[in-house]
Design a binder for this molecule. Structure first.
Ligand SMILES: [Cu+2]
Length: 344
């Protein structure tokens, strides 16, 4: 157990300035991996990074892997983005972006089913690129589209099935406040207290969650402030009050996801891991938004206790030594007052 409790020293970015984090944002675009499409159907919110600049240009490469790179795109709600598409491969690929928010193609869909899905539901962009070809897609997402996602895929037969799909995530409105947290195989969030002091509400919060261990987790934030969840009721509670965010933290040390969400007002929001058993093992934390974090109660320190015990023992030992010295000097213990006699 001792080994499991050993924590690594804090990574540099934990203390990094927001600018360094902003740099990380871009660097980590596309890094979040998902265990598989199937899991996304029930947990559609995938971690993503907020682009540093709204109304930006994003380069998307289409490769013969076949894959999109990056696989996850991020656009702030209420902004326009220009996608620069480049086919780096030797085969045809398409960038076909679903018009339907928060819908995922079934991973078992056949090529004709994929084609039909886009045919029936429409596309926001549908660009076909020959080898080496380039194209553009200009997209505008209104403010109400925040925290939704749109899937894109290549409709060239069997490319989607081989993994050529991705998600365009619409991030929350406005500049987000950046925080970071970590998950551990100890089944803990480290730290388990987060705090933000926004100047306005609702406020966008972006939490970079890093997996320090190998187990998978979720970072799920209660929809309501000042509600205390319990391991036995949270599933039912979440069914009635969808979490502000529930991102899957993929297995594997060092994997990162962004939890980007909007907090409606000040208060204390509990966050937990929804993986069965983890919350019951203590995997929970508190997010203080616009309210002061109470001073941590000073835990009884064993070091202090031991010091007092040692000091007390030393005093008692000293008394004992003194008594022994007196006894050996006088030959007997000092008599009680009134019992002394003799010696006239
Ligand atoms: Cu967990």
């Amino acid at each position: 157990m001792t080994d499991a409790r050993t924590r690594r020293p804090p990574r540099p970015f934990r203390r990094a300035s927001p600018w360094l984090l902003a740099g990380l944002l871009l660097a980590t675009v596309g890094l979040p991996s998902v265990a598989g499409l199937a899991s996304l159907h029930s947990a559609p919110l995938v971690g993503y990074a907020r682009p540093a600049v709204a109304g930006s240009t994003v380069q998307v490469n289409l490769t013969d892997a076949p894959a999109f790179s990056p696989k996850f795109l991020n656009v702030p709600a209420g902004s326009t983005v220009e996608l620069q598409l480049h086919n780096l491969g030797h085969y045809n690929h398409t960038f076909t972006l679903s018009r339907t928010a928060n819908a995922l193609l079934s991973p078992t869909a056949s090529p004709s089913q994929v084609y039909q899905f886009f045919q029936q539901n429409g596309t926001l962009a549908n660009v076909s690129l020959a080898p080496g070809g380039q194209g553009w897609a200009n997209l505008t997402f209104n403010a109400s589209s925040g925290l939704s996602f749109f899937e894109f895929a290549s409709v060239v037969p069997y490319q989607f099935q081989a993994g050529m799909w991705g998600l365009l995530n619409i991030t929350s409105v406005g500049p987000g406040l950046l925080l970071s947290d970590n998950t551990t195989d100890n089944l803990q969030f480290v730290p388990s207290v987060l705090a933000a002091s926004p100047s306005h509400y609702p406020v966008a919060l972006d939490v970079l969650v890093t997996n320090e261990g190998s187990f998978g987790h979720t970072f799920s934030v209660s929809a309501q402030a000042n509600v205390t969840l319990s391991p036995t009721n949270f599933t039912q509670y979440f069914a009635q009050h969808a979490p502000l965010i529930s991102v899957s933290v993929p297995t594997g040390a060092g994997t990162t996801v962004w939890a980007n969400f909007t907090v409606p007002g000040p208060g204390i929001y509990q966050y937990i891991c929804e993986v069965p058993g983890h919350f019951a093992s203590g995997m929970a934390g508190l997010l203080y938004v616009g309210v002061p974090v109470p001073a941590a109660p000073t835990p009884p320190s064993t070091a202090v206790v031991e010091t007092w015990v040692l000091a007390g023992s030393a005093i008692l030992l000293g008394i004992g030594v003194a008594l022994a010295a007196i006894a050996s000097f006088t030959g007997r213990f000092p008599r009680a007052p009134g019992s002394h006699g003799g010696h006239h």
